[in-house]
Design a protein around this ligand. Structure first.
Ligand code: AMP
Length: 190
């Protein structure tokens, strides 16, 4: 099995690009953000706990998303691999992922990073707010907190995967098609 991580700041286009990648390479796309939003709409206990954190632009506890990822891995069979979008987001999650995979005799195949500067994050999220109606896209303070959270907690993972020789980066500026081509060409080199 292949285990790809789609990495990048909020608004980089991970969700958009994941759909094309998943189809082309027969991967199961797992977005922890989408799974959490599903829990919120279902009104589950987990959803209720996650809602306030998500709407403040903070991360939900590591154990919550680690559990979700592990059960997705165990429930999906008919694919060539997985494409993780929005996970891992902390060093603890990255280490937990390594643990989950090593217990299966597997490892992360590669991290594909989509990079955009902070100025563009705001523009992209404002544009998405009009289309998707996500509560955490609507409020400037929440967006700022998500960007800060990304720099403080998630960006250190660049070094983590670089040291492991598993980090590949694509320029995330430009059109959806341009970025897609750049990511496809990274995939060809993995
Ligand atoms: P996303 O759809 O990936 O932008 O995620 C939306 C929100 O869900 C994030 O701002 C976090 O509050 C929460 N979330 C998603 N994935 C994770 C994760 N791996 N760890 C902690 N919180 C997460």
């Amino acid at each position: 099995m292949k285990y790809y991580i789609l990495f990048g700041p909020p608004g980089a286009g991970k969700g958009t690009q994941a759909a094309a990648l998943a189809e082309k390479y027969r991967l199961r796309h797992i977005s922890t953000g989408a799974l959490l939003r599903k829990e919120i709409s279902a009104g589950s206990e987990l959803g209720l706990k996650a809602k306030a954190l998500i709407e403040a632009g903070s991360l939900v506890p590591d154990e919550v998303v680690e559990g979700m990822i592990e059960s997705e891995f165990d429930s999906v069979k008919d694919v060539d691999g997985f494409l993780l979008d929005g996970f891992p987001r902390t060093l603890a999650q990255a280490e937990a992922l390594d643990g989950i995979l090593s217990r299966k005799g597997e490892e992360v195949t590669a991290t594909l990073s989509i990079m955009i500067p902070d100025e563009i994050i705001f523009e992209r999220i404002a544009h998405r707010a009009a289309i998707e109606g996500r509560a955490d896209d609507a409020d400037p303070d929440t967006i700022r907190n998500r960007i800060d959270t990304y720099h403080r907690q998630t960006e250190p993972l660049v070094d983590y995967y670089r040291k492991a020789g598993k980090y590949r980066e694509a320029d995330g500026t430009g059109s959806i098609e341009e970025v897609r081509e750049r990511i496809f060409s990274l995939m060809e080199k993995v």
